[in-house]
Design a protein around this ligand. Sequence first.
Ligand code: UD1
Length: 418
Amino acid sequence: MDKYIIQGGTKLYGQVRAQSAKNAVLPLLAGCVLTDETIKIKDVPAIADVENMLRILGEVGCKIVRRKEHTLIDSANAVSHEIPPRLTKELRSSVFMLGSILTRFRKAKISYPGGCDIGLRPIDLHLSGLRRLGVEITEEGGYIECRAEKLVGAEILLDFPSVGATENIILAAVKAEGRTVIRNAAKEPEIVDLQNFLNAMGAKVKGAGGGTVVIEGVKRLHGVEYTPMKDRIEVGTYLIAAASCGGEIETIGVPAENITALLHKLRENGCQTYVKNDKIILQSKGVLKSVNLVETTPFPGFPTDLQAQYSALCTTAKGTTLVVENLFETRYKYAGELKRMGADITVRDRTAVIRGVEKLHGAKVVAGDLRGGAALVLAGLQADGVSEVADLSHIDRGYEGLEYKLRRLGAKIKRVRI
Ligand code: UD1
């Protein structure tokens, strides 16, 4: 088990190049079993969620060649429609495999998926969507078993624009008979990336990024070489770091329109931002004023995956910030750790009231989930004195080389093995 030791109080200067987006790469990898030709994905990030997804593909029978610049996935000899619990418990995205494995084998069996413990995270919308496509589903002993003689296109109205359900249904519908229409679909940019990837394989998907996705089933998909979009949540994390520490950084890879909601808040906090194509420059004096309200909502609203990091910034912004988490029930577990660093936070259900204090001070804290862990690192960077953030396994799920990238910006952070 590794931990970070952080000497806070350094301003951040320099450039950060974004990794490929975790939340784009995971459904893309699931999509690799939709063809028996080889798929080449460039710049697949070295993060634990991706390695777990590759393990799942290996279990299904795919041949994987993992290189730094690209990853080859060849599912010609895929044989298994089953994903065992030891693999699904590590990764919620294992659920995406339902749609693509069903397409491939007409049957699928997985145990209930895991992932960050941030709320109930049911998968009822995934399952009801698949049922509409003709899938018979039984749930027993922690397993979900799906069967379909054939998949047939259908009209599906999602009760909530779930990212995962939208992606799963797309993956099940690309080779279904006829047309599928998903209404109230999630609009996240990662869904557009999945559409682009599948269309490059010969699929006919349109409308992603809007509320209605239309999929015309095709008979065959072929191999492709694909570069995934860059990670807006990773870039957002570095922008928040620079905003709260002060300094000037430039991020490369994510266009501003993918994180408009965050940039809007950072400007309200008193930061300057300049954007051009896929570059964002942020300047901050490190002394921020609070915004009144931050509420997480589906895209293009403020992303739940930046809520914890942004809350870390609010701890020293002048004034009081009200944070409302609308997506997940228990996404404030990091708040207790921030309090150990001197933060003034009161959490009640889905709302946190954060009163800005003059300074945080260094403390020993433990990361409890991926984004909450990142928030603790950001708090350590702006705090007086030395902080230790333990249990980096959560952070490693989503950030490639967090400490290297931060050190290149001038941060004093090192990783040590306990
Ligand atoms: C994806 C992202 C995750 C992000 C989240 C919201 C990936 C791999 N993960 O997760 O990082 O935080 O979107 O932007 O892309 N829900 C149901 N029933 C369902 C499915 C979802 O009630 O069948 C609820 C969830 O409990 C949650 C809300 O819908 O309250 C949003 O979940 P969803 O959009 O599905 O998130 P994920 O796909 O799990």
